[in-house]
Design a binder for this molecule. Structure first.
Ligand code: FAD
Length: 238
């Protein structure tokens, strides 16, 4: 069932990277906003006359914590109508019309295989929610690899937080890679990393999130390594 539209009030906005902002949104019509880590909400933005062309979806970057506040992380795209509306018009106190939670990009019920979370840019959002949820609720799991690609170090969302999580969530490894900057860490695209890590062919789940060029390529490569489409779950941003 599709959830009904409700009001969301922006309680805080924070610049996260040069072109990305974090938005905390309170849902006053619900005492508690329940969702599964990995799900998204849809915003109805006043940007087009035709209603469904105004809708933009955003993964929930926070974990369900019994409150009615969620966090979204949104990148301003060149020429992007919705994201630029949000960047230009949405400040603290702004009221959105939104609906959710929606989506089936959620963790396996039982994490009985290694879990690869592969993402670029704001595609880290659902994985941040999942990783914190696994830690907070002591969800049994095998190894978890968060493989995160951005262009430069300035674009690395939640970088310190993920490095910290490596110390506190057993079995969790954070692999950040930059495609357009030399730094002390890895360089290049995300693909080499999971290909090397999964070369041993341990049973694994692969979850991919981001723009289609990355998710299509990752899916093809993973299937060529002998995994099946049942092992690969994809959330495509556009
Ligand atoms: C389930 C779901 C969850 C999403 N979660 C998030 C999220 O957490 N954070 C977030 O920032 N966005 C997220 N998106 C994308 C978001 O819904 C919008 O599509 C995005 O904000 C662009 O909207 P816009 O109106 O600015 O761009 P539009 O005016 O709609 O135009 C954008 C066009 O440019 C293309 N495009 C733009 N930039 C890129 C790029 N870097 N790579 C490839 N193609 C590109 C898009 O495919 C699209 O055709 C999600 C999308 C889905 C479906």
């Amino acid at each position: 069932m599709i959830p009904s539209w409700q009001t969301g009030i922006v309680t805080k906005v924070e610049q996260a990277t040069p072109n990305t902002r974090r938005y905390w949104i309170q849902l006053p019509e619900a005492e508690k906003f329940d969702f599964k880590p990995g799900q998204f909400v849809t915003l109805d933005l006043p940007i087009h006359e035709q209603r469904n062309k105004r809708w933009r979806s955003y993964s929930i970057a926070s974990m369900p914590d019994g409150s009615n506040v969620i966090e979204l992380v949104i990148v301003a795209l060149d020429g992007g109508v919705g994201s630029n509306y949000i960047f230009n018009e949405v400040k603290e106190g702004h009221q959105f019309t939104l609906r959710g939670p929606q989506g089936v990009f959620v963790m396996p019920e039982i994490i009985d295989r290694d879990l690869y979370m592969i993402c670029t840019g704001t595609g880290i959002a659902p994985f941040r929610s999942m990783a914190h949820y696994i830690k907070t609720h002591n969800i049994p799991h095998k190894d978890i690899h968060l493989i995160f690609g951005t262009r430069t170090s300035k674009d690395l969302l939640y970088h310190d937080e993920m490095k910290e999580l490596e110390k506190t969530l057993p079995g969790f490894t954070y692999h950040a890679t930059l495609s357009r900057e030399e730094w002390q860490g890895r360089t290049g695209y995300v693909h080499d990393i999971y290909e090397q890590l999964s070369a041993a062919k341990n049973p694994a789940y692969f979850m991919l999130c981001g723009w289609r060029a990355m998710t299509d390529e990752a899916r093809d490569r993973i299937l060529k390594h002998g995994y099946t489409s049942k092992d690969v779950h994809v959330e495509i941003y556009g």
